[in-house]
Design a protein around this ligand. Structure first.
Ligand SMILES: Cc1cc2nc3c(=O)[nH]c(=O)nc-3n(C[C@H](O)[C@H](O)[C@H](O)COP(=O)(O)O)c2cc1C
Length: 329
């Protein structure tokens, strides 16, 4: 056997046994040489500095995909894939979909448009909907970057990206809201964020992805830019933040829900929301959060039974979605 044969064999094994982690950086800006890509590139360099991490910059505009069409086929089919004939569809054969499912970490880099994250990034996130049902992305590390150059609102936009990562049960590693007025300061921070994301992605590859429970992820996001308290409370109390004025109590009092199963779930949601309010009043935030997670799961399933199951989706919620096991009162 010659030396070159040995080199070939070593290369073969280093490729196949190296446990390379893959980080994808999604650029929402149409400007391939703009400000957002500058920050994203720095973050990707940071990720690449972690041994055994490879990175790819994904120009979202180079792929063909549009908004979700609300067909709900991804919920009904057992494989939970998208049936649109585009790069995020073809029942899991889409070009971009294939990249997404092989990744160990994401960086979402959004330019600030209309004081918010840009529409392309939002559209892309929307098309990740099938993964919500399969649960495959639960626990994947994610980082976010927002870049503004005019009025600003990069912080609002970043909070929005963090909220989307929460809804997808992603492990939020960190976020970097940037205005180009402080680009010099932002670039080293982007590199550091990328490095942290790279390390988390490597762990994802080496140790395997562990889907967090709802309770774990809700707690995890408590110190992130988008946190459960007070946002989720505002949502369930129709903006009042007063538990006595919850949307659940209103529905029970006015008989808004008609289906027996839905009403039963609603009653359980109400009990758990009362428990939340009780613990919260005692400053027992840990138990308050536990009760809130349960209330939210019951509420989600109640609304599914009442409004979605027959009218819209024509299927029960998939197993991975807001599991009720262990949530009984
Ligand atoms: C439709 C549109 C809306 C925008 N809205 C905002 C805004 O709300 N705040 C802001 O600071 N910049 C705004 N901008 C400017 C972008 O933030 C600017 O393009 C920024 O540098 C993003 O990075 P880029 O160079 O990758 O495009 C907007 C740009 C576009 C095209």
């Amino acid at each position: 056997m010659s030396l070159s044969d040995n080199v070939y064999i070593v290369n073969f094994f280093s490729i196949y046994l190296s446990d390379m982690a893959r980080v994808l950086g999604f650029l929402g800006s149409a400007r391939k040489d703009g400000y957002t890509v500058k920050v994203l590139n720095e973050a990707l360099e940071g990720a690449k500095s972690v041994p055994n991490v490879e990175v790819e910059l994904v120009y979202l505009l180079d792929y063909s995909f549009g908004p979700c069409t609300s067909c709900y086929e991804c919920i009904r089919m057992p494989e939970h894939r998208c049936i649109q004939q585009d790069d995020m569809g073809f029942k899991g054969e889409g070009k971009l979909w294939k990249k997404v499912e092989k990744a160990n970490g994401f960086i979402f880099a959004a330019p600030v448009h209309f004081w918010s994250a840009d529409a392309l990034t939002h559209t892309f996130i929307e098309r990740l909907y099938p993964f919500l049902w399969s649960g495959e992305l639960k626990g994947i590390p994610a980082a976010t970057i927002t870049v503004a150059s005019n009025q600003g609102f990069q912080i609002v936009a970043n909070t929005m990206l963090c909220e989307w990562a929460f809804t997808m049960v992603m492990k939020y590693v960190g976020g970097l809201p940037v205005h180009v007025a402080y680009l010099d300061e932002a670039l080293p921070r982007a590199r550091y964020l990328g490095m942290k994301l790279g390390e988390a992605a490597l762990k994802d590859e080496k140790e395997g992805r562990k889907a967090p429970t709802d309770e774990e992820i809700w707690l995890y996001y408590q110190d992130k830019p988008w946190s459960v308290f007070p946002n989720y409370i505002e949502n369930l109390t129709m903006g009042t933040r007063d538990p006595k004025l919850s949307i659940i109590k209103r529905a029970l009092a006015l008989g808004t829900f008609k289906r027996k199963e839905a009403i039963e779930l609603l009653k359980k949601a109400d009990e758990e929301f009362d428990n939340y309010a009780h613990y919260y009043s005692l400053n027992d935030y840990e138990n308050a959060l536990k009760s809130l997670v349960k209330a939210s799961a019951f509420w989600t399933h109640a609304t599914w039974k009442e409004f979605l199951e027959e009218q819209l989706i024509k299927a029960p919620p998939p197993k991975a979605y807001r599991p009720l096991e262990g949530t009984s009162t």
